[in-house]
Design a binder for this molecule. Structure first.
Ligand SMILES: [Zn+2]
Ligand SMILES: [Zn+2]
Length: 250
């Protein structure tokens, strides 16, 4: 009989999806976000500003100058990411391969209504599976929005095959979230991930410092479902390598 590692009381060590005021819908500075990341006991933290054609995208200068962002602050490892937009049902994105991709450590690919009109279940699912085929895409952001209904069985089998991480987005579990039916969709996604052995990463998708490293709702759901810890990236710093990031020795 397989003995599962319980997720209860398990510490999530990093948060790789967050926005600063460089994104037009972000309210906090990098320093404020770092302060909350450290306060919540994170060991690694990533900024992932909106990019491309999203109306709230950061200006190009915010990507040009990522080099000034320190790699570590008071023991907190800092990563430079980007949240890119999927713009067709084949999974193409509007990531700038010359001006943004070389400057970031990892890429989150997400569906956002201003960038792709919601399609059929097949179209939406194909869009996410297509995005997984791009080597630079490490994480599929918030695949939990009923505005973009999905075939979770197909999505999760593709994620397992490609090794790409599906995001458990804590913001999607909050009542204020603009995405639809997040809690129900996340639950379905997690049950199928556990069934098939597909990996996930828990992220806050914070747009204000108070939410950085806030995983309360996600942790409660993981515990309720007894989700296997061996599929959760955040519980072990060496699993930063699942996102293509240099692992941290502990
Ligand atoms: Zn997003
Ligand atoms: Zn985001």
């Amino acid at each position: 009989m397989r003995i599962k590692n319980k997720t209860k009381a398990m510490k999530l060590l990093f948060d790789l999806h967050s926005h600063t005021s460089a994104s037009q819908d972000g309210y906090s500075t990098l320093l404020e976000n770092i302060t909350f990341a450290r306060g919540r006991g994170l060991m690694a933290y990533g900024i992932s500003e909106h990019s491309g054609g999203l109306p709230v995208a950061a200006r190009q200068g915010a990507f040009d100058n990522l080099k000034v962002v320190p790699r570590e602050v008071d023991g907190l490892k800092i990563y430079r990411g980007v949240e890119t937009n999927i713009i067709d049902y084949k999974g193409g994105t509007d990531l700038d391969r010359e001006l943004v991709l070389p400057r970031v450590d990892y890429v989150i690919a997400s569906l956002h209504p201003p960038c792709l009109r919601p399609g059929s279940v097949t179209e939406n699912t194909d869009a996410l599976i297509g995005a997984m085929a791009f080597p630079e895409v490490a994480i599929i952001g918030h695949p939990d929005d009923s505005r973009y209904p999905l075939d979770y069985e197909a999505l999760i089998l593709a994620a397992k095959e490609t090794g790409k991480l599906l995001e458990l987005n804590n913001s999607s579990l909050l009542p204020r979230c603009g995405r639809q039916n997040g809690p129900e969709n996340v639950r379905e996604m997690l049950l199928k991930c556990a069934e098939h052995g597909a990996r996930i990463v828990v992220n806050s998708d914070s747009h204000i410092c108070f939410d950085v490293g806030r995983f309360d709702e996600a942790e409660a759901l993981l515990a309720e479902l007894d989700f296997p810890s061996d599929l959760i990236a955040n519980v072990d710093l060496t699993r930063l390598s699942w996102v293509g990031l240099e692992a941290i020795d502990t």
